[in-house]
Ligand binder design. Structure first.
Ligand SMILES: Nc1ncnc2c1ncn2[C@@H]1O[C@H](COP(=O)(O)OP(=O)(O)OP(=O)(O)O)[C@@H](O)[C@H]1O
Length: 331
């Protein structure tokens, strides 16, 4: 017997939500999907009214769904944003030239202006030429670094206040895993952040940070969105491939694994004093040192929480405890 939708309980379910495993009808799935992205945008205060927002548009599923949903939410909730599509043409024949045709079709369908910047015009080198020179092994490094800057330069031409990209929950969890496997702990929290701002670059954010890739594909499918699905011909990123397979295996057993990994990245903190990894704003070594340096080592090794220990150590010394130092200077 056909199941009914877990949300409206009346319509017939046509899908099972990958994130929760619940049966949903089409309309309730659209509503839940759109509402979750809206919540992410509002709770993280990603934009302010009047912002000019450049949507990094590659023609792939993520950025195509992002463009569609940014338009839907901007209209529905009156965000007051000026939206633009921004595409980087890396100069990869048989790949980017075809995907840019998809972006142009999306420009016409959504009525969002499109700006294309190319590696050839910005750097004097296309990726095809770079690969001819450096080979296929390290070409992704060139492409990644150049794309980051190209998006900034394109956003500057558009006078954009903000760039959004289609990075989804799976992409972010994969990056957290890769940084963990490489022992690159300083990057853990940064790669899991929803918004980033580097000096002199345009602020960026990822409205799909908590959106599952499988749900993006479902949304595109049921909305009949047009996207380009070929993988880059130059990107045999084997390491990410293993992280991806591992993540998919985890997801199959426990769908929440994707969110849990993102939360692990978010929860990682670097000590605000010495930069070493910490589970609090200040690491245990700094708390112990503070105790030693203040002549109260026992305060920092007791059973109290690290926050309370630090607060106690940072509190102005009581008159009784101040006596030895005061006595020393008086004598
Ligand atoms: N050539 C490009 N021009 C503009 N934005 C890009 C380009 N390539 C990537 N991006 C942005 O970076 C995001 C992540 O890129 P990635 O290469 O991981 O692609 P993806 O996961 O296949 O996403 P998509 O499905 O949108 O192509 C994209 O969703 C898009 O917002």
């Amino acid at each position: 017997m056909a199941k009914s939708c877990a949300a409206c309980t009346t319509a017939r379910a046509v899908l099972r939500r990958p994130k929760t495993g619940e049966p949903y009808c089409r309309e309730c799935f659209f509503a839940a999907f759109e509402n979750e992205v809206h919540q992410t945008i509002v709770e993280n205060r990603l934009f302010k009214r009047g912002d000019r927002v450049a949507i990094g548009a590659s023609g792939g599923k993520d950025s195509t769904v992002l463009a569609s949903i940014m338009k839907t939410l901007n209209d529905r909730h009156d965000y007051g944003l000026d939206l633009f599509l921004l595409s980087v043409d890396e100069g990869i024949s048989g790949y980017r030239d075809d995907s840019l045709e998809t972006v142009k079709a999306n420009r016409d369908e959504y009525g969002i202006p499109l700006k294309i910047v190319s590696y050839a015009e910005l750097y004097g080198w296309s990726m095809d030429q770079i690969v001819e020179t450096v080979g296929r092994k390290n070409n992704c490094t060139f492409c990644g670094v150049f794309r980051r800057q190209a998006l900034d330069r394109g956003a500057a031409l558009l006078k954009a206040d903000h760039i959004v990209t289609g990075h989804n929950a799976d992409d972010i969890a994969e990056t957290v895993l890769m940084n963990l496997l490489r022992g690159d702990t300083p990057r853990l929290q940064r790669c899991a952040a929803i918004a980033t701002t580097a000096d002199e670059s345009v602020p960026r954010s990822k409205p799909f940070k908590y959106t599952y890739e499988k749900e993006i594909v479902m949304y595109a499918y049921f909305k009949k969105l047009l996207y380009f699905s070929t993988e880059c011909i130059y990107s045999p990123n084997a390491y990410r491939g293993y992280a991806r397979t591992f993540l998919k295996d985890l997801e199959a057993v426990r769908p929440r694994a994707i969110l849990d990994i993102i939360h692990s990245g978010e929860a990682y903190e670097a000590c605000t004093r010495c930069g070493y990894m910490a589970s609090h704003t200040v690491c245990k070594a700094c708390v112990l040192l503070e105790g030693l340096n203040k002549g109260q080592p026992k305060l920092s090794v007791g059973g109290a929480s690290q926050r309370r220990q630090l607060a106690a150590l940072e509190a102005p010394a009581s008159p009784a405890r101040a006596t030895p130092a005061a006595g020393a200077s008086a004598s």
